[in-house]
Design a protein around this ligand. Structure first.
Ligand code: NOJ
Length: 544
C-alpha cells in the first residue's frame, strides 16, 4: 500500500492506485532480479487490489467506472470526499505490475496461480482500459481534465502486454488487440512538432511542458525497442527534444537553479506553471529526467551508435555545440564525448536529489524552489520508488521487455473507438503454499523452422525469455543449418527450459548486409510441459 501524508503531522494517509502500482512494479522487478524476500508483500498487494476492485466508490462500481477511482482509505474503504476523478492511468499501471509478476509465475511453473488469481484482476483492468481509453481523464497530477500523455502511454503498454499475457495463459484479449493500435495512433497527437504536450483536449493555458511526459517515456521504456519514436522511447529524437524543452523551462524560475545553464542538470518540478505549495522542484520529476537519460545511454550502447536528427539536434548541441545531424558509431570521438557528457548530465540530476535529501534518507514530495528545504507530503512512497528505478537504470538493471517491437506500427487512420470487455469479481485470493518450480532437470525444446535462405543469411529465434534474448535482434539464438537442403530448408536449434515455462517467440533472419528481416505474423507461443526432462520438437514454417 502507498501512504501519502498531506503534511507532516497530518494523519491523512491514502493508497493511490497509481503510486501503489508504480511502486509494486519496482518491487516485482526487484523480486524477479533476486530479492525473494519480497514475495509476501507482492501477494498482499494482489489480495488488496482484488478487494479494492470490488469497492464501490464515487467513480462507480467494478464494471461501471470504479476501477479508475484514484485513491482509497488505508482500511480499503472508499474515499468519498471531492477529488479529481476519474484517473484512468491506475488500471493500466496495475495491470502492468500484475503482469510482471504473472510472467514470473509462468516462467516458474506456477501457471495456475497466474490464471486463477492474477488473471481475473488483470482482465478487469484491461477491460477498463479498452473500454475507456478514449474518454477524458484527470491527469496524474489530479488537476487537469482532458487527455493526458502519461495515461495514454501507459494504457497502450498495458493493452500490448495484456494481449500477450492472455495468450500465454490460454486466454484471449480481443479488446487488447483491437484497441492497442488505436491508442498508439492517439498517442501521436500529443507531439506538437517541438515537444510533447502533456495535456490535450483541454484549455488550461499552460505550455504543456510537464514531467508527465518524461514519466510516460520511462515507464514505457523497453530495452528491445531501440530509439523508436512512435512510443516516445527515451532515446528517440522526440523524447530527447522534449526532455530539453521541459528541463529548460525550470532554469530561470527556481532560485536553486541559479547558474545552471543549458546542458547542466537542474532541479525540475511537475510543470513550470505549478502553484501547489507555490510551485517547487519534485524528487519524482528530477529522478525521472536522470532515468530517461540512463535509459538512453543504455540503448545507444546496445545499438552501438547515437543518431542525431533535426528534431534532437538542439538537445545534443548542449553538450557539443558544433555537432551536426548524423549517426555516430560507438568508438568514434563524437559518440564518446556525447555519451560521457550525457552520463555526467544524468548524474547531475541524481546529485540534486541527493543534495536536497536530508541525512536520515527521508524523501518528501517537493523541495523548496529557493532554499531546497523539504516540503509537502513527507516520506512519499513514490519519491523513493522514483529514486530507486533511476538508480537501477544507472546500474543498467532493467525490467523485461513489454513487447514494444511487436506493437509500434501506427495505423494510417486514427479511430475513436472502444471495446466492451468482461468484468467479474475476482474470487480466488488464496495463494497456494509450497508452489515452486519442480525440482527436476529442464526440458529440451528443439525449434525447427523451414525458410529458404542464400549464403550469408542466418536464422535466429528470439522471444520474451532471457535465454531467448528478450526480443532483441542482437541477442537472439542463432540456429544451425546442418540439415538444410534445397528441398527441405531446415534451420534448427535446441534449448533447455524449466518445466511449465510458457513464453512467446518469433524468428528473424539476418541478411548479408547485416540488416534484419522479421517473419510476419503475431508472436508465437510455446508452453513447456510440466513433466521433467522431456524432449520436444517444435516445427514451424517461416511466416512470410
Ligand atoms: C499528488 C500527486 O500529484 C499525485 O500524482 C500522486 O498520486 C499523489 N500526490 C500521491 O503521491
Amino acid at each position: 500500500m502507498t501512504n501519502y501524508n498531506e503534511d507532516k503531522g497530518n494523519t491523512d494517509c491514502f493508497s493511490w492506485t497509481r503510486d501503489s502500482a508504480l511502486t509494486f512494479k519496482l518491487i516485482v522487478d526487484s523480486f524477479i532480479a533476486g530479492d525473494k524476500s519480497l514475495e509476501p508483500i507482492i501477494k498482499n498487494y494482489i489480495v488488496a487490489q482484488a478487494n479494492l476492485q470490488t469497492v464501490s466508490n464515487p467513480s462507480g462500481g467494478l464494471s461501471t467506472g470504479g476501477l479508475a477511482e484514484p485513491k482509497f482509505n488505508l482500511d480499503e474503504t472508499a474515499f468519498t470526499g471531492s477529488w479529481g476523478r476519474p484517473q484512468r492511468d491506475g488500471p493500466a499501471l496495475r495491470a502492468t505490475a500484475l503482469i510482471a509478476y504473472g510472467r514470473y509465475l509462468l516462467a516458474n511453473g506456477q501457471s495456475s496461480v497466474a490464471s486463477n488469481i492474477l488473471w481475473p484482476i488483470i482482465s478487469n483492468d484491461l477491460s477498463y482500459v479498452m473500454g475507456n481509453w478514449n474518454q477524458t481523464t484527470f491527469d496524474l497530477w489530479e488537476e487537469v481534465k482532458g487527455s493526458s500523455f502519461f495515461t495514454t502511454a501507459v494504457q497502450h503498454r498495458a493493452l500490448v502486454e495484456g494481449a500477450s499475457f492472455a495468450t500465454l495463459i490460454g486466454q484471449s484479449c480481443p479488446g487488447c488487440t483491437s484497441q492497442a493500435p488505436q491508442v498508439l495512433c492517439f498517442l501521436q497527437s500529443y507531439w506538437n512538432g517541438n515537444y510533447i504536450v502533456a495535456n490535450i483536449n483541454q484549455n488550461n493555458g499552460r505550455s504543456g511542458k510537464d514531467s508527465n511526459t518524461i514519466l510516460g517515456s520511462i515507464h514505457t521504456f523497453d530495452t528491445a525497442a531501440g530509439c523508436d519514436a512512435s512510443t516516445f522511447q527515451p532515446c528517440s529524437d522526440k523524447a530527447l527534444a522534449n526532455l530539453k524543452a521541459y528541463v529548460d523551462s525550470f532554469r530561470s524560475i527556481y532560485g536553486i537553479n541559479s547558474g545552471r545553464g543549458e546542458g547542466q542538470a537542474a532541479a525540475v518540478g511537475r510543470y513550470p506553471e505549478d502553484v501547489y505549495y507555490n510551485g517547487n522542484p519534485w524528487y519524482i520529476s528530477t529522478a525521472a529526467v536522470a532515468e530517461q537519460l540512463y535509459d538512453a545511454l543504455y540503448q545507444w550502447n546496445k545499438i552501438g551508435s547515437i543518431t542525431i536528427t533535426p528534431i534532437s539536434l538542439a538537445f545534443f548541441q548542449d553538450f557539443q555545440p558544433s555537432v551536426t545531424t548524423g549517426t555516430y558509431k560507438s568508438g568514434s570521438s563524437t559518440y564518446s564525448s556525447l555519451s560521457s557528457a550525457i552520463k555526467t548530465y544524468a548524474d547531475g540530476f541524481m546529485t540534486i536529489v541527493q543534495q536536497y535529501t536530508p541525512a536520515n534518507g527521508s524523501i518528501s514530495e517537493q523541495f523548496d524552489r529557493n532554499t531546497g528545504a523539504q516540503l509537502s507530503a513527507y516520506d512519499l512512497t513514490w519519491s523513493f520508488a522514483a529514486f530507486l528505478t533511476a538508480g537501477n537504470a544507472r546500474a543498467n538493471t532493467f525490467p523485461a521487455s513489454w513487447g514494444e517491437p511487436s506493437a509500434n506500427s501506427i495505423p494510417s487512420q486514427c479511430i475513436a473507438t472502444s471495446f466492451a470487455g468482461p468484468y467479474a469479481t475476482p474470487t480466488a485470493t488464496v495463494f497456494p503454499t509450497g508452489t515452486s518450480t519442480p525440482n527436476c532437470s529442464p526440458n529440451t525444446v528443439t525449434f525447427d523452422v523451414t525458410k529458404s535462405t542464400v549464403y550469408g543469411e542466418n536464422l535466429y529465434v528470439v522471444g520474451n525469455q532471457s535465454s531467448l534474448g528478450e526480443w532483441s535482434t542482437t541477442a537472439g539464438v542463432k540456429m544451425d543449418a546442418n540439415r538444410y537442403t534445397s528441398s527441405n530448408p531446415q534451420w534448427e536449434t535446441t534449448m533447455t527450459f524449466a518445466p511449465g515455462v510458457a513464453f512467446e517467440y518469433k524468428y528473424y533472419k539476418t541478411n548479408t548486409d547485416g540488416s534484419v528481416t522479421w517473419e510476419n505474423g503475431g508472436n508465437r507461443v510455446f508452453k513447456v510441459g510440466q513433466q521433467c526432462a522431456g524432449a520436444v520438437s517444435q516445427t514451424d514454417a517461416w511466416q512470410s
